[in-house]
Design a protein around this ligand. Structure first.
Ligand code: HEC
Length: 103
């Protein structure tokens, strides 16, 4: 009985070790975009790079603020971006100021 228990324990441990060896490591490419420094840039970096590159911001045409507000709202409502309301405002203000028409 004791031997069987030991065998079971060894099997579990061996399985665990094999599982760890199966881990895959990936190296992501370095970020290709560095956003212009300015009020709110940290909030934009934090939330807008969760799902895709920040290129999505810098390669857009210069849109007015209302368009950026709609865009940020779309990321939240349609794609489920976990962005609090206050941060959404900071983000659209920042993008409109630095990559849009300002107002
Ligand atoms: C929850 C995931 C997610 C987050 C977080 C996110 N996006 Fe997106 N975004 C998407 C998806 C999905 C698409 C559309 C698919 C694609 O084109 O790759 C997209 C596309 C875009 C586009 C291209 C135009 C369009 O509407 O398709 C822009 C611009 C954009 N996002 C800006 C932002 C900004 C600004 C933020 C930060 C507020 C943000 N995204 C955060 C998921 C996200």
């Amino acid at each position: 009985m004791r031997i069987r228990l030991l065998f079971i324990l060894m099997t579990i441990c061996a399985g665990g070790a094999a599982g760890a060896a199966d881990l895959h490591r990936i190296t992501l490419p370095p970020p290709t975009v560095s956003l212009k420094e300015g009020a709110g840039v940290y909030v934009v970096r934090r939330y807008c790079s969760i799902c895709h590159s920040l290129d999505y911001i810098t390669t857009q045409p210069k849109f007015p603020k209302a368009k950026w507000q709609t865009e940020v709202a779309k990321m939240i409502k349609v794609y489920g971006a976990p962005i609090p309301e206050e941060s959404a405002k900071v983000i659209s203000d920042y993008i409109a100021a630095y990559y849009g028409t300002g107002s």
